[in-house]
Design a protein around this ligand. Structure first.
Ligand code: GDP
Length: 365
């Protein structure tokens, strides 16, 4: 019957079979549990095949703070190491607004025109960016993000510079094993992170802007000294003249610097990341640099020196974190700090006590 309420037997209380109320917990949620972690061997196999999902999962493990994740990550890195090293590692720095994202998008597409693969990593220890920022970073490099041969990974989230830098360095190994023969490591040119980037790349590119009057003001001498190439962005429209002027100023400033250990004379070029002017010239410069340091043996020497540096950095960082994260040490530190602040103990005596505890008790446990 179409209208049961018209039936004389209908008393208004009939309960028709209806749709069951949905459970308060979505049953599909349970099925969406994360896939179990692949074994180290499975990850290595995937990475060596260039499987981006496996690579991403391994990088997530490298970035993880959980110690069981770290153990797997270390195993994966170790197995990937023999397959790493075959890439051009290029550090790119510049103050916010210098045009790093725009430029990396254009540089990246230019590099990929000749085939190969490109990984873009970042070091930004001050960043509070969360995992959600992967999207944010992808939109910063719109065209590159859509390129099948590009892998873009934002900075590991905030932590000590040493920790963040080590994770990026380990990620380089994984990317190289996955066949990425070009690695860009981006950093914001305002702090200490340039030194960390410099210690893991072959070529260091400094992006500068013109048109701020005294061009050389505000640039730390140390950063300029590290640069293998200085490129002045936004050389377009009515900014072109100012960019050329800045180029001349940078060139003469560089002449005052001592010769770099590589023997290479840093070049200064102008370009426009946005309008894609002067990009091939930048790549020609980088090509020339690699040919130069390959020929004089500096490339090998620097990579060896960097490996040594990272051995010590890793030891330093792990000693430091195992010390400071130890609950007992934390308690002793808090006590010591309290006494020092209250002027009841000297800093040296307090430090001595914590260290004595560490060396005499903690280490033996
Ligand atoms: P980042 O903070 O260093 O990553 O800089 P962005 O790539 O986000 O660029 C900062 C601003 O500069 C954006 O508004 C860009 O559109 C602009 N920009 C970047 N490159 C150029 C360029 O070559 N010419 C001009 N005129 N503007 C640019």
């Amino acid at each position: 019957m179409e209208h049961p309420e018209n039936d004389p037997r209908y008393n208004g209380l009939t309960v028709n079979p209806g749709v069951a109320a949905p459970p308060s917990v979505n049953p599909y949620m349970q099925r969406r549990k994360r896939k179990p972690l692949p074994s180290a061997a499975e990850m290595v196999e995937g990475i060596l095949k260039g499987d981006i999902t496996m690579l991403s999962r391994a990088v997530t493990l490298v970035e993880s703070l959980a110690s069981d994740h770290n153990a797997i990550a270390q195993e994966v890195i170790e197995k990937c190491l023999p397959h790493s090293g075959h890439s051009r590692r290029i550090g790119i720095t510049g103050v916010p607004g210098a045009g790093k994202s725009t430029s990396i998008d254009s540089f990246g597409l230019h590099v990929l025109k000749n085939g190969g693969k490109l990984a873009v990593l970042a070091i930004d220890p001050s960043s509070e960016r969360t995992r959600g920022s992967i999207l944010g970073d992808k939109t910063r490099m719109e065209r590159l993000a859509l390129h099948p041969s590009a892998f873009i990974r934002p900075s590991p989230s905030a932590g000590s510079l040493g920790g963040v830098a080590r994770k990026t360095r380990e990620t380089i190994v994984l990317c190289e094993a996955a066949g990425y023969n070009n690695i860009f490591v981006e950093t914001v040119g305002v702090g200490q992170s340039e030194t960390a980037v410099h210690s893991m790349v072959d070529f260091f590119l400094l992006i500068q802007l013109a048109g701020t009057g005294d061009e050389l003001q505000g640039i730390k001498r140390g950063i300029m000294e590290m640069a293998d190439g200085i490129v002045i962005n936004k050389a377009d429209g009515d900014n072109l003249e100012r960019a050329r002027l800045a180029q001349a100023q940078f060139r003469s400033a560089l002449r005052l610097f001592p010769k770099a250990a590589s023997g290479w004379d840093p070049e200064v070029l102008t370009y426009s990341g946005y309008f894609e002017l002067g990009i091939p010239e930048i790549w020609d410069m980088i090509d020339r640099y690699f040919a130069f340091v390959d020929a004089n043996g500096y490339f090998e020497r620097r990579r060896a020196e960097q490996s040594r540096y990272w051995m010590y950095e890793t030891i330093n960082e792990q000693l430091r974190s195992s010390f400071y994260n130890d609950p007992e040490i934390k308690r002793h530190l808090a006590e010591g700090e309290h006494l020092v602040l209250a002027n009841r103990q000297t800093s040296f005596a307090a430090a001595r006590q914590v260290l004595d505890f560490y060396f005499n008790h903690r280490q033996k446990i």
